[in-house]
Design a protein around this ligand. Sequence first.
Ligand SMILES: NC(=O)c1ccc[n+]([C@@H]2O[C@H](COP(=O)([O-])OP(=O)(O)OC[C@H]3O[C@@H](n4cnc5c(N)ncnc54)[C@H](OP(=O)(O)O)[C@@H]3O)[C@@H](O)[C@H]2O)c1
Length: 333
Amino acid sequence: MTIPRNDAESGLDSVGDRATTLEAPVPGSDRVHSRRAILASALVLSASSVAQRVLAQAGRSPITRAIPHSGERLPVVGLGTAVRFSAPEDPQRDALKGVIAALIADGGKVVDTASTYGNAESVVGDIVQEVSARDRLFLSTKIEVRPAERSSEEFERSLQRLRTDRVDLIQVHNVTRPDQSLAQLRDWQAAGRCRYVGITTTSEIDYEAVEAVIRREKPDFVQVNYSIDHRSAEQRIIPAAADAGAAVLTALPFGRSSAFANVRGKPLPGWAAEIDATSWGQLFLKFLLGNPDVTAVIPGTGNPAHMADNLGAARGRLPDAPQRERIASLIVA
Ligand SMILES: NC(=O)c1ccc[n+]([C@@H]2O[C@H](COP(=O)([O-])OP(=O)(O)OC[C@H]3O[C@@H](n4cnc5c(N)ncnc54)[C@H](OP(=O)(O)O)[C@@H]3O)[C@@H](O)[C@H]2O)c1
């Protein structure tokens, strides 16, 4: 069933014609459990300042948005694992555990990985098992290989590495041809091995093919590169996804950190407080979330303090159209 994008829940942070809501308060026992989990997670964090921030935020729920095809709500800030999780040395593993702990403690859920991100699936799978967090996360991965038999092997390997018997989302990694089919993914969906199916792109030369696949296949999710300094997706891919009722994940939401390079040495403008942004990272992510057709952003980080910072973008006010253009005016594209 397709849930209308302009859903009925009243929005505390209403943007455009798409409502965003804060989750309902957690009932008594869950709150105790959640508080305990937060305390436990905070202990895992390597930096004590992060632990303090996490504890200060305990009890506050992030903004969520609905997956149009199901109505299931996702917190709007997640985590990407392409770089920092791909080949960590042992000392870095503690920090990565801190990143996932910070995500969970702050009410985040979406963790995006891929079969081709080095060891990232295994690193995520090990940490999630260690902190017993599988049921608190929305695990998204990607399939690379095309022939059905070999892609089945690849998918089984992903499930093994992620230490789970089903993922929440499986995506065709980088659509390049207009005739690409999601049939194999839908078979896995029907067999209960994945809950949603999707496609990805981070290449403008493939956008035409991607639009054709979106129109024909109507995937549950579309993942596309979208950052304040790379906005072409808002002209082409994101509108097509909205028309097809697909949820949108934004890959490369900091443009692999080019967004930060753009403002290096500049102080955060005072008016950032009007949308409750306390850092450049939050301002950039809130800019993306000000687009009502974006379901969640998935910034990559190996730093628990950055994860906690990014999750701040899932709280408070989001920019309206004039505020978004004011933010964009700070960037030299
Ligand atoms: N084709 C595809 O499907 C595709 C392609 C590329 C990416 N993706 C997805 O997009 C995700 C994100 O991409 P990405 O990690 O390459 O790039 P990104 O999210 O645009 O930027 C990551 C960079 O920003 C830094 N950073 C993160 N949070 C920060 C903060 N609060 N303050 C300052 N710096 C911060 C990170 O450094 P620290 O580690 O030091 O925080 C890292 O250098 C990937 O993990 C993947 O899931 C998909």
